[in-house]
Design a protein. Structure first.
Length: 265
């Protein structure tokens, strides 16, 4: 295949009601899809680069929540500003493909005689997204990013974003927890990790592969649920790649003393 496939379509996926304002202020999501594959050379069995993006776009009849959400998504997922999600997905795809060819073509010409290295040049970048209801006031936006760029293995990671249903604001730990929460929350997460792994202390955690190259920390990758906050650590963050991701589910009751008074779940 010589890289001429490009599809773009929109599919209605999910519906969320905002806390106030009636039907006109409801926020729902549609999936924007972009697919493109290009060969590195014109040769038969050429390595190729494939980009597949399925990104949910917020929609709303009136109000600004959807616009606020989309502006944040464009910046977070594509490192762009002042552009629609559709245009950002297309621009990202074009840039990624062009960088692939510009960077790898000279290297491939040097290596192509060695067939064992061909797989190094098959790149892919895949984004898939889904949305779900979090707590009463929150939309949870889950992004899975899967890519391979010539290393010993690909990378698969989950990026979590929580948005206020009414305003569209992206919620961080500082929006949820009171000032000075870090030390107490870290201790709560470390305790949860010990319980999850059956470890009595930090030394036991390290023996099992956790926290050997880093300290415990509260990740911004969290899901605001109805009764719990789930902290999601991708591979490499608190454990080696081979151990995969780690989820720590914390009941609100365990962190009630360090929640902001204004945070309502």
């Amino acid at each position: 295949m010589n890289g001429k496939i490009l599809t773009f379509f929109v599919v209605s996926l999910w519906l969320f009601a905002s806390c106030k304002g009636g039907d006109d202020q409801e926020v729902w999501f549609e999936t924007i899809s972009m697919e493109k594959t290009v060969d590195l050379t014109d040769e038969d069995l050429s390595p190729n680069c494939s980009v597949s993006l399925k990104v949910q776009n917020a929609r709303q009849k009136s109000g600004k929540a959807a616009q606020v959400i989309n502006e944040y998504l464009v910046e977070r997922l594509f490192n762009m500003q002042d552009i629609s999600i559709e245009a950002a997905a297309e621009q990202f795809t074009q840039n990624y493909i062009q960088n692939y060819k510009n960077t790898l073509l000279p290297l491939y010409h040097q290596d192509k005689a060695d067939t064992t290295k061909r797989a190094w040049y098959d790149y892919h970048y895949i984004i898939t997204t889904e949305t779900q209801t979090g707590n009463e006031h929150t939309i949870v936006y889950l992004t899975t990013i899967d890519y391979y760029e010539g290393a010993s293995h690909g990378i698969n990671e989950l990026l979590v974003m929580n948005f206020d249903k009414e305003t569209g604001k992206h919620l961080t730990l500082s929006d949820v927890f009171a000032t000075g929460y870090e030390q107490q929350l870290t201790a709560i997460l470390l305790k949860a990790l010990k319980e999850k792994t059956g470890s009595e202390d930090l030394a036991a955690l390290k023996e099992k592969g956790y926290l050997n190259a880093m300290d415990m920390f509260p990740t911004e990758n969290f899901i605001l649920g109805e009764e719990t906050i789930t902290f999601y650590y991708n591979p490499y963050e608190i454990a080696p790649y081979t151990m995969g991701a780690t989820e720590l589910i914390i009941p609100y009751s365990d962190v009630d003393k360090i929640l902001k008074n204004s945070f309502d779940y």
